[in-house]
Design a protein around this ligand. Structure first.
Ligand code: GLU
Ligand code: MG
Length: 455
């Protein structure tokens, strides 16, 4: 049998034993929007024989015009995932090819490229994601409100009663994660009314990114089935804490499996190795450019800053700093061996966010950067003069600033690769600048109420 025939036979056998009737051949665009075609098991050879065809321009920013040939979604069979809520459905994540060649605008392929370069240096990149989200309902006037009408407390974090009222939804998500073998280890009511977080174990970066895409899709589906909407947008309510997508990174030795970020003898007492410190310094050095990828929407920049929402704290960073177990820093070190980046929000495309972080961190390692002593202050209240005196840099105030920083960053330019139209970062920045301009061209209620009769 040829390789294709073997793959087809394997997939057919697996589909039969799992009772699969349909496949979703899935990929994400630049924004991380999951796109899919549904393929019945009878047409399985479409998947294994070449892949499902898509008109790329219609899917989202994928570097295509309406005149371009089909994007072919080639499944990665390692990503085969049964949809726990829908017997008979399996999802496979795909890599896009055009005219037989890998299509360099594919976020999943961009991550694979950076991971391969790390592996060539003997490094495995592991990532854990904490995806916060709100459960809301649409109101008649087109707005949104927290789905649970009783979730009104000024300090709702960890509220056992709030957790109880959403028991059905939360336990369903938890059971499904465990059914998938993801090891759900915690579920909580987060800091904002209507906000939750459900955690699954870390894994290698590609698996974690695939899971995050599936997770968001699953949470949306289950919320919808229960008459609600889930949102991962960074700041759905101006007066409440936003949605972070904290990412915990670590590097491991590909040969020995040794944990390279851990050092119990760390003289700074954080349990980090010199390599981990250099990685952190790389993230800090590239923080403004990185934000364009890890905080990729106009809404992202409403989550940052030192101003407190109703609960008393944003828990989101304002500055590019690191500290120990201190949630006012961009980088928190909760324990030895890993680095949490809190400067990443729910709108991030996980493939691009992981690729960019790894590239920034590796640059720090190559240059043997040192981030200095950990920051121990509450940075949400540190006076501006003191911030300036210490040379602490702010995170970008808007998406436009972040896009400008991204195009000026040579390391991320190189890492995210080349496309037929130029460097991917230029394409990405163009899409994001247009997004900024589209938002900026809307005259908001705030403007009319402030300026209408002021002058
Ligand atoms: N929701 C906060 C954020 O936007 C994080 C809260 C937490 O520390 O879990 O990053
Ligand atoms: Mg959280």
């Amino acid at each position: 049998m040829t390789g294709i025939e073997t793959a087809e036979a394997d997939l057919r056998a697996r589909a039969e034993s799992d009772g699969v009737e349909f496949f979703f051949a899935m990929f994400v665009d630049l924004h991380g929007k999951p796109c899919a075609k549904m393929i019945p098991v009878q047409a399985l050879s479409v998947l294994t024989g070449g892949g499902a065809g898509f008109a790329g321009f219609a899917a989202g920013p994928m570097g295509q015009t309406p005149a371009d040939p089909d994007m072919i979604a080639v499944p990665d069979l390692d990503s085969y995932t049964l949809a726990p809520w829908q017997p008979g459905l399996a999802v496979v994540q795909c890599d896009i090819h055009v005219e037989g060649e890998p299509w360099p605008y594919t976020p999943r392929l961009i991550l694979k490229g950076v991971l391969e370069r790390a592996r060539a240096r003997g490094l495995v990149y592991n990532v854990g994601c904490e995806a916060e989200y709100f459960l809301v309902r649409r109101t008649d006037d087109g707005g949104i409100t927290v789905a649970d009408p009783l979730d009104r407390s000024g300090a709702p974090c960890y509220d056992a009663k709030g957790l109880t009222r959403m028991y059905e939804h939360l336990t369903t998500v938890s059971k499904y994660m465990n059914q998938l073998g993801w090891s759900n280890y915690a579920n909580d009511h987060e800091d904002a009314n209507g906000q939750f977080e459900q955690n699954f174990a870390y894994s290698d970066a590609l698996t974690s990114a695939d899971r995050l895409i599936f997770y968001r899709y699953m949470v949306h589906t289950l919320a919808h089935q229960a008459g609600m909407a889930a949102t991962f947008m960074p700041k759905p309510f101006a007066d409440l804490t936003g949605n972070g997508l904290h990412m915990h990174s670590s590097l491991w030795d590909a040969q020995t499996g040794a944990e390279l970020f851990a050092d119990p003898a760390d003289p700074r007492g954080l349990g980090l190795s010199p390599m981990a410190y250099s990685y952190a310094a790389g993230l800090i050095d590239h923080a403004q450019a990185l934000a364009a990828i890890t905080c990729p929407t106009v809404n992202s920049y409403k989550r940052f800053g030192v101003g407190a929402p109703n609960s008393g704290a944003t828990w989101a960073p304002a500055y590019a700093t690191y500290g120990g177990n201190n949630r006012t820093q961009m980088l928190r070190i909760p324990e030895g061996g890993r680095i949490e980046n809190r400067g990443c929000d729910g709108s991030a495309n996980p493939y691009l966010a992981m690729a960019a972080q790894l590239a920034a961190g590796l640059d720090g390692i190559d240059r043997e950067l040192d981030p200095g002593e950990p920051n121990r202050d509450n940075l949400h209240v540190l006076p501006a003069g003191e911030v300036a005196k210490r040379g602490i840099k702010s995170l970008p105030p808007t998406l436009l600033h972040a896009a400008d920083a991204l195009v000026a960053d040579e390391v991320l330019r190189e890492a995210l690769g080349k496309t037929p139209g130029g460097d991917y970062v230029d394409y990405y920045a163009k899409v994001k600048r247009e997004e900024f301009q589209a938002w900026h061209s809307v005259v908001s209620d705030w403007e009319t109420s402030r300026y209408l009769t002021l002058f």
